[in-house]
Ligand binder design. Structure first.
Ligand code: F6R
Length: 612
C-alpha cells in the first residue's frame, strides 16, 4: 500500500526520492507526489505511475537537499491529483505525507472548518496537516511540539513525515502502527516505509517504534515518544539485505524471479536450523516459548490471503505430525467475532509483510485475551514481528511481486519445522521418522529445481488455456490449500475467475460448471487419498471436462485420463505442498503474461495491506 521516502543531507534530494518511489512501486499505489524544500517547499503530485510524476516534473525546479515523496493507495477519496500526497496546510506551514488512517478525521475536520480552515482534498491526511498548523499557530509552539500535540488528538494509524516551512532545517517523522525506517549516512538521513529505497545508500538503520517521533536535522537525530518527554536512545541495526535482492536480475518480472528463487529461499529458511548430523531442528526464536508450545492444547493460526493458505497447510502438519488441535482463521473474521481464547492457547500469526492491518489487530485481541502469540514473518523488524511474544523469520528475502510465491513456500517450511519440533518433543515421531523427514526437507530445493526445468512445458499448457474465463482447482488433504493457492494466483494476476475446492466437494455443486471449456487443475500426487482423487479425475472426464493434473513422477494411471500431466518428484506426503504449489505459480504467471496483465502490480492490489 502507500509508500514513504524522505531525504535530508547535502545531495540533491530529487534523484533519491524519485528512485525511492520507484523502489516502492511494488507495494501497490494509484498516485505519487514529491515535495522539495529549497528555501520554500515545492510540491508536485500526479495520479498514475511514478513515471508520470517524473514526466510532469521535467523542466521544473528540482533543486533542494531535503524532501519527501509518497505513493498513495486510495482510502479516503478517489485516486486523483488533489488527493495525492504530499498535502500542504492552509497557510503553507506544514507539508506532510502519511501512511495509515486517521479514524477520527471527520470530527477533526469539522472543528478545523469551524476555525476557518478549508480543504482541497477528501483525505484524512490534509486534516492532519491543518491540525498541526492550527496548533502551531494558535499555541505558538515549535513544529515538534505542534506535532506531539496534534498526535495526542488523533485516533488511528500513521507513518508520518513532515516538513515545516518556518523550521526548514529538519524533517519530523512519527510512527504508530505503520512502519518507518530511518537510514543513517554521513550528515545525511534517509527515510522510508520499508528498507528497499534505503539499501543502496546505507545499511545502518533505525526502525521507529510505535509512538516514536524523530526530529531529523542533517547532523542530528533526536528521538522521543509521544508518551514521554525525555529523549530515547535510538537502536541502530544493520540491514541484512543486498541490492540484488530488490532488482530483477535479468528476469522479466519480479514474480518470475521469485518463483525461480525458491530453491535458494527455502535453503535460506532452513539454513542453520536443520542439522542432519545431529538429527535435530532448532528454531532460536521459539526457545522462550518451547514448553508452552509443546504442551499447547490448541493452536490458532491467523493470517490473510496466501499466508492463510500456508496456515491451512500448517493445520494438516500440526494435526498429522504433532497431534495438536488446530484452528485456522482469517484474521479479519477472528477479530470481529467474539472468539474463545484461553491463556493455554498458542496463536500463530503468519504474514509475509508483517504489516497486514487485520492480522495485527487479531494479534492484539489474542494478546488481550491472554494467549501466547507467535509470529511467522518475512520482513525483519516488521510490526507483527514486534507485536508477537516470539517468532520465526522466514528469511525468504524481499518479495517484490505482489503475488506471493516464495513467501508461501518459506512459511510452509517454517510450519513444517515447527510441527516436527513439537511432534518429536511430544514423543510422537521417533528418531528414524524424524531423520527421514529431515532428509526429505533438505532435498526439497533440489526437487523444486527439477520442477522449474519444466518451465517451457508449463508455458505451453498456459498458452492453450490463456483465454478461458473460469478454472477450477481441486485437491484433497494437504493439497486442498494448494488448490486454493493455485486458484488465488491465477485470479489475482490474470483476472480469470478461478476457484479452489476440496476435490470431494466438487459433486456438491461445482460439478455443474464442468464442460469442455473450463480447465480443472487437479493436484493428484501419491498419498493416502490417491485412489479417491483418481475417481475425481474420472468424474471430471466423464463430463467432458479438461484435466490438468499435478502428479507424482512415474504415475501412469492419471496420465491415461488427464489432458495434461505435470510430474513432480516424489517426496514425503507431508511435504508435498512445497513442490505441488510451484507449477501452479508458473502456470498462473505465464497465463498473466500472455494476457498482457501487469504481473508484478496487478490492478487494485497492494503488497502490504495496511488498512482493514
Ligand atoms: C496473494 C497475496 C496476499 C497476501 C495477503 C497477506 O498473492 O500476496 O493474499 O498473502 O495480503 O499478506 P501478508 O502475508 O503480508 O500478511
Amino acid at each position: 500500500m502507500c509508500g514513504i521516502v524522505g531525504y535530508i543531507g547535502s545531495r540533491n534530494a530529487y534523484p533519491i526520492l524519485i528512485k525511492g518511489l520507484k523502489r516502492l512501486e511494488y507495494r501497490g499505489y494509484d498516485s505519487a507526489g514529491i515535495a522539495l524544500q529549497n528555501g520554500s517547499v515545492n510540491v508536485y503530485k500526479k495520479q498514475g505511475k511514478v513515471t508520470e510524476l517524473e514526466e510532469h516534473m521535467m523542466g521544473m525546479d528540482l533543486s533542494g537537499t531535503m524532501g519527501i515523496g509518497h505513493t498513495r493507495w486510495a482510502t479516503h477519496g478517489e485516486p486523483s491529483d488533489l488527493n495525492a500526497h504530499p498535502h500542504v496546510s492552509n497557510n503553507g506551514d506544514f507539508t506532510i505525507i502519511h501512511n495509515g488512517i486517521i479514524e477520527n478525521y471527520t470530527v477533526l475536520r469539522t472543528s478545523l472548518i469551524e476555525q476557518g480552515y478549508k480543504f482541497k482534498s477528501e483525505t484524512d491526511t490534509e486534516v492532519l496537516a491543518n491540525l498541526i498548523e492550527y496548533i502551531y499557530r494558535s499555541q505558538k509552539v515549535s513544529a515538534e511540539d505542534a506535532v506531539h500535540l496534534a498526535l495526542s488528538k488523533v485516533v488511528g494509524a500513521y507513518g508520518l513525515v513532515i516538513l515545516c516551512n518556518q523550521e526548514n532545517d529538519k524533517i519530523i517523522a512519527a510512527r504508530k502502527s505503520s512502519p518507518l525506517v530511518i537510514g543513517l549516512g554521513e550528515n545525511e538521513y534517509f527515510l522510508a516505509s520499508d528498507a528497499t529505497p534505503i539499501i543502496e545508500y546505507t545499511d545502518r538503520v533505525i526502525y521507529l517504534d510505535n509512538d516514536d517521533v524523530a526530529v531529523i536535522k542533517r547532523d542530528e537525530l533526536i528521538l522521543k515518544s509521544t508518551k514521554r518527554n525525555d529523549a530515547l536512545k535510538p537502536r541502530i541495526q544493520t540491514l541484512d539485505l543486498g541490492i540484488s535482492e530488490i532488482e530483477k536480475n535479468g528476469y522479466d518480472h519480479f514474480m518470475l524471479k521469485e518463483i525461480f528463487e525458491q530453491p535458494r529461499s527455502i535453503r535460506d529458511t532452513f539454513r542453520g536450523r536443520l542439522n542432519l548430523e545431529k538429527n535435530e531442528i532448532k528454531l532460536g526464536g521459539l526457545y522462550n516459548v518451547h514448553d508452552k508450545l509443546i504442551h499447547a492444547k490448541r493452536i490458532i493460526i491467523l493470517a490473510c490471503g496466501t499466508s492463510w493458505h500456508a496456515g491451512l497447510v500448517g493445520e494438516y502438519l500440526f494435526e498429522d505430525l504433532a497431534r495438536v488441535q488446530v484452528e485456522v482463521d482469517y484474521a479479519s473474521e477472528f477479530r470481529y467475532r467474539n472468539p474463545l481464547i484461553s491463556e493455554e492457547d498458542i496463536v500463530i500469526a503468519i504474514s509475509q509483510s508483517g504489516e497486514t492491518a487485520d492480522t495485527l489487530a487479531a494479534i492484539q485481541l489474542a494478546k488481550e485475551k491472554g494467549a501466547t502469540v507467535l509470529g511467522i514473518c518475512n520482513v525483519v523488524g516488521s510490526s507483527i514481528s514486534r507485536e508477537t511474544h516470539a517468532g520465526v523469520y522466514t528469511h525468504a528475502g524481499p518479495e517484490i511481486g505482489v503475488a506471493s510465491t516464495k513467501a508461501f513456500t518459506a512459511q510452509v517450511t517454517v510450519l513444517t519445522m515447527m510441527a516436527m519440533i513439537i511432534a518429536r518433543s511430544r514423543g510422537l515421531v521417533g528418531n528414524e521418522r524424524f531423520a527421514g523427514l529431515l532428509n526429505e526437507l533438505e532435498d526439497i530445493p533440489e526437487k523444486i529445481d527439477k520442477i522449474l526445468q519444466q518451465n517451457d512445458k508449463l508455458k505451453e499448457i498456459a498458452s492453450i488455456y490463456k483465454n478461458v474465463n473460469n478454472a477450477l482447482y481441486l485437491g484433497r488433504g494437504v493439497s486442498y490449500p494448494v488448490a486454493l493457492e493455485g486458484a488465488l494466483k491465477l485470479k489475482e494476476i490474470s483476472y480469470i475467475h478461478a476457484e479452489g475446492y476440496p476435490a470431494a466437494e466438487m459433486k456438491h455443486g461445482p460439478i455443474a460448471l464442468i464442460d469442455e471449456n473450463m480447465p480443472v487443475v487437479v493436484i493428484a500426487t501419491k498419498d493416502s487419498s490417491y485412489e479417491k482423487i483418481v475417481s475425481n479425475v474420472q468424474e471430471v472426464k466423464a463430463r467432458n471436462g479438461i484435466v490438468i493434473a499435478v502428479v507424482t513422477e512415474g504415475d501412469d494411471t492419471i496420465e491415461k485420463m488427464a489432458d495434461h500431466v505435470i510430474e513432480i518428484p516424489a517426496t514425503d506426503p507431508v511435504l508435498v505442498s512445497l513442490l505441488s504449489s510451484v507449477p501452479l505459480q508458473l502456470i498462473a504467471y505465464h497465463i498473466a503474461v500472455m494476457r498482457e496483465c501487469n504481473v508484478d502490480q496487478p490492478r487494485n492490489l497492494a503488497k502490504s495491506v495496511t488498512v482493514e
